[in-house]
Ligand binder design. Structure first.
Ligand code: GLV
Ligand code: MN
Ligand code: MN
Length: 414
């Protein structure tokens, strides 16, 4: 054991910080709504900055609003970064993203308690708009930080409520001066809840995450003709809603035809004018497709687009499409994945390996520096749901594994 592996975390403090964030943007019945760059997100961000300052971290905010708190090392040079996000979907739980950030804060505080100065600096980061729920694409702040997404293009993105991202960033006072892309760290680590059922089903405490599957988001807009619901014969309709319904069914059929791990979701379906006695003139829907293999994902998307064209044409409608997110699958650093697995086993934890079904900020760092993630179980596999839950002992175990690996990296060579 190295001296740093003995770092003692305080699970109650970790939990209290998580609950503290859970009160910001709290929803009736539990969970949070901290959609990116809303007032609730601003409150979360201000709280985070205050927490970082209280721990003596040097806080910087960059031009896309990523917040980084840095703890000096004995040597200069790139830090070991622990990151995640504090924005949420509109029906979010307490853990998605926030756990990774508060685990970083807990490690910084435990280092302070132990009066330890590590060889490398430690950077704790909260990335802007990981969720992509208000502004597409997801993983936006980390994508800009690592040069995978263009800063100017992202600042110009219009959200689901019509707001422009750059305007919102300025409005909430989180458009900082630090340049983007930002410096690549020596290594990047992220603790996250699994957000699925695998760990619980297999009776595991920890997963060393091997990579993240590819993500493709497409917005489809269908233009038909509104007309009277009572007088227009069925054969004379150009019903945009009907075409959208056919595309929704085609997405499910696509997933069944390709088989796992392809997943397909229509998460937005809007009809206009949206009145009982009016045939829909326009429909807007989004399709989220994911697969671990890039070529298969490309083929699946192409097939769905072809089927959508047919569904629209057969209804006399016009289809237009727009890509909202297109991220390839990534593999994490095998040596770092193995270090996570070894650290978890050394703590006596039941440990496995798995790819991530959800997108994460870590995937933006993986091409540029040694990167890996730690997963802890999600009760009943629920996430993007206010009932999202992970037991305190599981949170503590995940944070401890993160700390063990982080401190090894902070003292040694990544
Ligand atoms: C991001 O959180 C995603 O996986 O949708
Ligand atoms: Mn997340
Ligand atoms: Mn999420």
């Amino acid at each position: 054991m190295t001296v740093t592996a003995a770092l003692r975390l305080d699970p109650a403090r970790l939990r209290a910080r998580l609950e503290g964030f859970g009160r910001i943007g709290a929803l009736p019945g539990g969970g949070v709504c901290r959609l990116a760059l809303t007032d609730a997100d601003r409150a979360g961000r201000d709280h985070l900055v205050a927490e970082m300052q209280a721990l003596g971290l040097t806080v910087t905010i960059d031009r896309i609003g990523n917040i980084t708190g840095t703890r000096q090392g004995r040597e200069d040079g790139p830090p070991v970064m622990i990151g995640s996000h504090i924005d949420s979907v509109a029906t979010g739980g307490l853990y998605d993203g926030t756990l990774g950030v508060v685990a970083g804060l807990e490690i910084a505080e435990a280092l302070n308690d132990a009066d330890l100065t590590t060889r490398r600096p430690l950077a704790i980061a909260a990335f802007t708009n990981e969720e992509g729920a208000r502004f597409a694409p997801d993983m936006m702040g980390s994508g800009v930080h690592q040069g995978a997404l263009d800063l100017g293009a992202m600042l110009a993105v219009r959200g689901i409520d019509g707001a422009v991202l750059g305007d919102e960033l300025a409005r909430i006072g989180h458009s900082g001066p630090a340049p983007c892309p930002g410096p690549t760290p020596a290594a990047y680590l992220e603790l996250h809840i699994e957000q699925g059922p695998v760990l619980e089903r297999e009776g595991l405490d920890i997963a060393a995450v091997t990579g993240v599957q590819g993500i493709s988001w497409t917005e489809m807009t269908i233009a038909g003709q509104s007309n009277h619901a009572g007088t227009t014969p069925m054969g004379l309709r150009r019903d945009a809603g009907l075409a959208a319904a056919r595309i929704t069914l085609a997405a499910r059929a696509l997933a069944q035809t390709f088989g796992p791990p392809l997943v397909a979701t229509v998460g937005v379906l809007e009809l206009s004018p949206g009145l009982t006695n009016v045939i829909p003139e326009t429909a807007r829907l989004t399709v989220d497709l994911r697969h671990t293999d890039a070529d298969t994902l490309t083929r699946a998307r192409a097939q769905l687009l072809a089927e959508a064209e047919v569904a629209a044409a057969e209804e006399g409608c016009a289809l237009s499409t727009r890509s909202l997110a297109d991220f390839p699958p990534v593999a994490f650093d095998p040596a770092l994945v193995a270090r996570i697995e070894t650290a978890a086993r050394a703590r006596g934890l039941r440990t496995g390996r798995m790819p991530s079904g959800a997108g994460h900020d870590a995937q933006m760092f993986a091409p540029n520096c040694p990167t890996a993630m730690v997963f802890v179980p999600s009760q009943a596999g629920l996430s993007h749901n206010i009932a999202e839950h992970t037991e305190p002992a599981q949170l503590a175990a995940g944070a401890q594994v993160l700390a063990d690996v982080a401190l090894d990296l902070l003292e040694g060579t990544p």
